[in-house]
Design a protein around this ligand. Sequence first.
Ligand SMILES: *Cc1c(COP(=O)(O)O)cnc(C)c1O
Length: 425
Amino acid sequence: MNFQNTRAFAQSLDAQDELKKYQTEFEFPQVNGKKTIYFTGNSLGLLPKSAKKYIDDVMNDWANLAVEGHFYAEKPWWDYHERFSAPLSKIVGAKPSEVSVMNTLTVNLHMMMVSFYNPTSTRFKIICEEKAFPSDQYMLQTQVKFHGLDPKDVIVEVKRREGEHNLRNEDIIAKINEVGSELALVLIGGINYYTGQVLDMEAITKAGHAVGAFVGWDLAHAAGNIELKLHDWNADFACWCSYKYMNAGPGSVSGYFVHEKHHNNKELHRFGGWYGHNKERRFLMEPEFTPNEGALGWQSSCTGVLAMAPYLASVEMFNEIGMDALIKKRNLITSYLEFIIEETAKETGTNLEVITPKNQSERGSQLSVILHGEGKELFHYLMKEGVIVDWREPAVIRLAPVPLYTSFEEMYEFGQILKKGIQTT
Ligand SMILES: *Cc1c(COP(=O)(O)O)cnc(C)c1O
């Protein structure tokens, strides 16, 4: 498509947008009495209006039924988490029995490490990405120390090549082959949070298995953003948070996936608890732990129903739309944003370098842009003008036009504000 940097052209794209009606189903923050242009749905998604009703229902059941709500609420609390299996499985490409929700992301990664990282004297290494999200680094380091090992001997980071912003899949695979029989686990972000690069999860998973390692994925930036086929890719496990693209609210519960091939493996360690215990027998208060079938057998505690409620509202909206329609709009709006950035760079004579891969299969919604020669005043200017972006030193902004609630006209408007900002700050 030949894009144009005009309001009329952007409006014509909005007129053809099949997801347009969803924009009014979200609450937007306001700046100067005007709806903001919200680019940080990759960090904290907007509030779906329907979430309020889901929370109110739980509050009302609590008020009216108290303890009886566990069994007699309209959506009973004791198995509320099971409502996620079917809709979430479609979003991450899994079987319903392979997914559930509990805890938060870093905690779930720790829980998965219990099952999938059991180092021996010969097989103990972990491959991860250089500069992974800090929580993942801390998680890995402390897990390794918990096993009495030194992170320096265990954690192998795959690095970017000199002068390149993105990782190469071939370099990750080469590193997997090099570590070979010493490799216990590969654990990487399916999308890099900083650059927005999508890795070739299928090929990396295959390479990890070929040398006898487990392969798990942190999908914080991937769930609800890109097409995932966790079952077919044969990933061993994956975890994601729900408050980024999935709009479930600050600190809401994390989703997790355990491949069905592991469901009956009694060798795998688990940190059990009563909610992981055989559901039919949960309230018999038996002394010995017998896990539920499927991913539900990795549960431990009862999960906060108030935290799950907005997530349920959100996954139901995702299912109504379907990932295909979301991805179709995502590709178009992200490409249009990229075009607007290129045009603004030309018009202002600035080097605005998009470091996210150009290839649509290697990116999701997010574009990360280096604003060469610009300083933090530009960020403050954008925020003051109601453009909510995320700033990382040195002069990188991350922009995520979220297909559910971002319009093409907002991309045009952003270009105009950015241009003014570059000229005046
Ligand atoms: C957002 C994010 C987290 C956050 O972890 P929480 O446990 O939910 O606080 C962790 N890892 C990655 C890669 C992230 O993007």
